[in-house]
Write a protein that binds this ligand. Sequence first.
Ligand code: GLN
Length: 188
Amino acid sequence: VKYIGVLNLQGAVSEHILMLNSIDNVQATLVQKPEQLANLDGLIIPGGESTTISRLIKQNGLLTPIQQFAKQGKGILGTCAGLVLCGKTTTHNEVELLDLMDICVERNGFGRQINSFETILDIPTIGEQIPAVFIRAPYIAKAGEQVNQLAFIDNHCVMAQQDNILTCSFHPELTVDNRIMRYFVDRC
Ligand code: GLN
């Protein structure tokens, strides 16, 4: 059994729990405090509002514990605002980032709420025709050499992996296709 936590501060928390529960041999739990990271194999940082989640990460004393969790080689999946938080730098520096992946993130890179969209992606090593929901989504504007860029829209990188860290601009938890989640869990 893999124990996967979902950071329960703000955003699309319950949707990730539901999708994790659709996968065999996964025990999903909510994480709000540092001690709840103990014994987990992986952690999901959900989408929502990156400024808010960032503030709550600090308030709850989770900044260093999450960074240590990642350094131990445990799996991290950041979706949408979670991708922003996994980054090293962002174009909007009011957000304090976790710096888990060597990427520079363009927050709201695809525009405002009204520019939200749904598309289908072919993602090498994961699968073809994967539905992807973009809601006020960021993209990866720059990535270091150790970063494996997995999917693009209009030349903008929307999914990447650096060792144990996986990030996507979109919301895999808002579809019925759990291949990205299974890929993540397998790597935890
Ligand atoms: N635009 C949001 C942010 O940067 C992310 C939106 C989302 O997670 N759906 O915080």
